[in-house]
Structure formats: C-alpha cells, structure tokens
Ligand binder design. Sequence first.
Ligand SMILES: Cc1cc2nc3c(=O)[nH]c(=O)nc-3n(C[C@H](O)[C@H](O)[C@H](O)COP(=O)(O)OP(=O)(O)OC[C@H]3O[C@@H](n4cnc5c(N)ncnc54)[C@H](O)[C@@H]3O)c2cc1C
Length: 409
Amino acid sequence: MPSGSLPRSVVVIGAGPAGFSAAAELRRRGYQGAIQLLDPAGMPYDRPPLSKDYLTGGLAFPALAEPGWYGSNAVEVVPGTAVKLDPDNGSVTLAGGGELRADVLLLATGGVARTLPFTGSDLLHTLRSRSDADLLRSRLGPDKQLVIIGAGLIGAEVASSAASLGTAVVLIDPVPVPLVPAVGPELAAYLHSLHETAGVRTLTGLPIDVVRANGALSVLMEDGSALPADTVLAAVGMVPDTTLAAAAGLGVDDGVLVDAAGRTSHPRVFAAGDAVRRSSNGGLQRRTEHWDAAVRSGQAAAAGILGEEPPEDAVPWFWTDRYGMHAEAVGNMSASGTTVERGSPGPGYMVFRQKPDGTLAGAAGINAGNSLRAARRLITLGKPVEAADLSNPDADLRRLLRARPSKTD
Ligand SMILES: Cc1cc2nc3c(=O)[nH]c(=O)nc-3n(C[C@H](O)[C@H](O)[C@H](O)COP(=O)(O)OP(=O)(O)OC[C@H]3O[C@@H](n4cnc5c(N)ncnc54)[C@H](O)[C@@H]3O)c2cc1C
C-alpha cells in the first residue's frame, strides 16, 4: 500500500465488540475497500449477555447485528482462526491451512478467561465464550450446586442468573466487599448484600484447590474447610490475548501496545479492544476490560486505518446487572476526594466521587441511567458542582450541566 493512500482491504481478526465496531465504523466513515471479519465463532456475537439473559435462556443469540447487516455493508464474515501474522506482507495464516491477505490487519482478539493455578484446575469452568455459557447453563438448575470463585462483575452476574434458575450458589471472594475500587465502598457493599437477600451464600476466604472424590467436587479452602459442588466456576478476570502479536514481533506489554488511533509498532497492523494497552505521553495506561472501551477503541482504530483523527477519549463507563438491579459507573471512583451519596441504597441510589476543586472524578448508581449520563458529561467538561446538589435527589444533574460554568470558562 503506497504511504498516504487508503488501504484497498482490511482483515479484522476477532469479531467481538471491538472488531465488529471497527468494521462498522470503517463503513460509517465511507470506506469502500474490502473488509473481512475473521473469527472461529463465525457470526459475531456480544459477550455481556453471556452472564445475564443468554445464560438464563432468555436470549437465544446475543447478536451484534442483524444477519442481513453484513451483506448490506459488504463485510465478509470468515469463520476461522488466525495462527500466524506476517505484518510485512499483510498475510494471516489460518488454522487448518489457508491464508487471508490485506493491506491492513486489525487485531481484535480480546482475551481469555484467567484460571487458577490449582492442581485441579482442569475441573474449573470459566466464562468467556458462547460455548462456555452453553456448557455452564447445562450445569445450572434446581438440585444443582454451583461454587463461584470470584465475586467481581462476572462472578456476581452468574450468581444472580444461576440463582434465578434455582441453583444453590456459593460465591467466594478473598475480600469481604468486592468491586470497591470500581463503584466505591458504599455502592459495593449494597450490591454485595443483594446476594444473601436472594439466597446466594457469600463467603470471604481463599480457595486453594478443587478436588474430585467419589464423583463429587470439593473446593478446598485455605482455612481447612471444604465446599461441596457440582460445578465450580473461576470468575477471576481475563488475560489479554496477545499471542499473534507477540509472535509477529509487535510491541506487547500486558496487551498489544497501541496509540490513540490503534496503531501498533508495525505500520500495517492496528489493534483494538480488550487485547490492547494504550501508550500515551510516553507512559502506558491501565488496560480496560469493558464493553464501551472495546467499542470505542475499535472505532478509533477504524479512524486510524483511514488516516483520520480518532474521536476524543471518553470518560470510562461500564454497567453490570444483578437481581433486577442495573448498576453503572463512570469515571474513577477511586480518585482522591470525598464521597457524596444521593438517596439510600436501592433503585435511584447514586454515589459521587468529588475532587477537592469541586469537579467530579466518578459517579456510580443503580437504575439511574440519565443521571449517570449527565455525570459523565460533567466529568468530561470538568464542571464544578455543589455537594448539596449532588446529594439532593430532586436536583436534576442535566440542569447542573447546563447551568454551571466549567473550570475553563
Ligand atoms: C461474561 C461476560 C460478561 C460481560 N459483561 C459486561 C458488562 O456487563 N458490562 C461491560 O461493560 N462489559 C462486560 N463484559 C466485557 C466486554 O464484553 C468486553 O470488554 C468486550 O467483549 C471486549 O471486546 P473485544 O472485541 O475486545 O474482545 P472479545 O469480545 O473477547 O472478542 C474477541 C474475539 O476475537 C476472537 N479471536 C481470538 N483469537 C482469535 C484468532 N486467533 N483468530 C480469530 N479470531 C480470534 C475471539 O473468538 C473473540 O470472538 C463482559 C465480558 C464477559 C466475558
């Protein structure tokens, strides 16, 4: 591809939210070249429903787009797995033979579920793919016992889904209240309390192994106790999938290293999503593992591929659902400052992290989408707000957004 000209073709490796969004954004920006979307799963699908309504059987297929979208947008879905990249000649070797070639390659390989270094680690289930969810679902229901190791976002959601199917669930975490850095201690405590209310047993402790004896599983705890289980799920985070990038000699450090436009260390290769780690101003940012960040980085890489400016960075946002409650958080709930609460724990409850200069660093809440969107905007704009307004459930944050001058005004 001559430098400065548009690529004639793009192969996207990985059809999760990042890869799919990159393909969609290329078309939205008017790109007319060939786009191939490679994934072993074939038809692209979304991951958040895998611990929620897909796991309970309420959603048949967590599609990222209607099947007709791919044809209408001239995006070719190629079922297959990349086993090798050759960045210099733009080729991708496929498992079982075959090769794809393109002017530009986009790596959007996401990650794999982290597992635990147990001697019985092969007895553990994990949840990252649709087939993981299908297998897990077959193990849930009345008269089934599920032990979940890790009460973070995915562990908690699976506990909720499994309990709704009548499964007896024990949820273990080494800390008494998980998710404090993500949503603040007040909201984290309330969210965690929902488990016991729903009949899920929560346990603080450290599992050290899983063993099978007489056909039954036991989770062995550090304190010498043992928990019986039919199924044990390790919900202990994910590891970015950087295998292809590392083997191709691209810069990797706990993620494929990219700039704001998804450029890797090779001019022909871009990368996006959970697999990447951003470098900026000479430093490395923390990796993100949330849907919105994956989608936005796919869109940024599409801009980069076309030689256009990527959109401005967005304030981080994620959501999580459990027991009918929809919790969301924006910004940084661990930033230094003070906490302001609005309302009392339950639907509509919000917690704000306010910096000493009166601006917001983060906000989190339950069933409070509009207010959290306004809070996200307040963070973006750096608008100072009064703590009294934050704590007042009748003060409309959207009005504060319009009324208050920003720091830079
Ligand atoms: C169960 C679950 C629930 C979640 N819930 C939430 C939530 O409620 N809120 C939230 O904000 N985030 C949630 N997330 C996180 C969110 O789904 C991820 O951040 C997002 O999926 C990352 O998108 P991605 O495209 O980078 O990676 P992925 O979604 O992992 O997609 C990567 C794709 O690359 C493919 N691939 C990998 N290697 C190859 C290869 N060699 N060749 C071809 N294809 C390859 C994989 O098959 C996969 O389809 C959840 C994640 C999981 C697993």
